[in-house]
Design a protein around this ligand. Structure first.
Ligand SMILES: C[S@@+](CC[C@H](N)C(=O)[O-])C[C@H]1O[C@@H](n2cnc3c(N)ncnc32)[C@H](O)[C@@H]1O
Length: 262
């Protein structure tokens, strides 16, 4: 049985779906609107256990999935939404054993998704210019994944160059990825994938123009994804009223060998 241990980060989920993130400690107490729940009532119990607070409020205790964790973890920078994390892994073709360079690390949401996909034989190198963000990201990563030996974090401005090539995949979540495109030509191995995530159309236009200008990139595509959840309750079967209508556009390109034009 995969029981809950001291040190585990868990989510207490209420009947209405509200989530409270806690780290289990022997003798610890979760306090909620004047109600109390002893951590000792959870330690040793299986995941998914139902518990009641001192006044009878009901919660289910679960270790969060990666998608749940990134939405609740402490943030330095804005995190990438789970719907985009899933898409990035597929469209950047992150595979076990890949060497992936990412910038910036932000809060570490994408880093964790990349680390899971490259596995122990792969590696992730993350650049960020902000020491406070890098520190926060590393704390978030350690909290979920424990010590990670195949992640290298560099305090470095990627617009000034890339020192870790050749890499198999380059994944960018920062404001001016077009400034990275010239460095990507030498840092990304032939056949490698360039992917960037941008919130606005003018930024997308600028990165696509930079990729086209280099002649070492082909198969350039831009797309977005909309995720609409549904209410399924008796005869009320319809889309939910609220959704995240926009997060980001993804632009993907393959590193190719430049061809002669006549
Ligand atoms: C939106 S956040 C990244 C969020 C991250 N992908 C996540 O999922 O948590 C953008 C990050 O890029 C970093 N950044 C901005 N310009 C940079 C540069 N020139 N080189 C490296 N990092 C940079 C910022 O400090 C910030 O941490």
């Amino acid at each position: 049985m995969n029981s809950l241990h001291p040190g585990d980060r868990i989510h207490l989920v209420s009947r209405k779906g509200r989530r409270y993130s806690i780290v289990l400690q022997k003798g610890g107490v979760f306090q909620f609107s004047g109600e109390r729940l002893s951590h000792d009532d959870l330690i040793g119990q299986p995941e998914g256990v139902s518990v009641r607070t001192s006044r009878g409020t009901h919660f289910i205790a679960l270790r969060p999935t990666l998608a749940e964790y990134v939405l609740k973890m402490p943030r330095g920078a804005q995190v990438i939404y789970p719907k985009d994390l899933g898409l990035i892994l597929m469209w950047a073709d992150i595979y076990p054993g890949a060497k992936v360079l990412e910038a910036g690390i932000g809060s570490g949401a994408l880093t964790m998704a990349l680390l899971r996909s490259v596995g122990e034989k792969g590696s992730v190198i993350s650049y960020d210019v902000r020491e406070d963000f890098a520190k926060r990201a590393e704390e978030n990563i350690n909290q979920l994944m424990g010590p990670v030996s195949n992640l290298v974090v560099r305090l470095k401005n990627i617009y000034e160059g890339i020192e870790d090539g050749p890499v198999d995949r380059l994944v960018l979540d920062l404001p001016e990825p077009w400034l990275v495109v010239p460095h990507a030509v030498s840092a990304l191995r032939p056949g490698g994938v360039f992917l960037c995530l941008l919130p606005t159309v003018p930024q997308v236009q600028q990165v696509v123009a930079a990729l086209r200008a280099e002649k070492s990139f082909g198969f350039i595509e831009t797309f977005e994804t909309l995720l609409r959840t549904w209410n399924i309750d008796g005869r009320s079967v319809r889309p939910d009223h609220r959704m995240v209508a926009h997060s980001a556009f993804l632009t993907v390109a393959r590193r190719i060998m430049p061809h002669e034009t006549t």
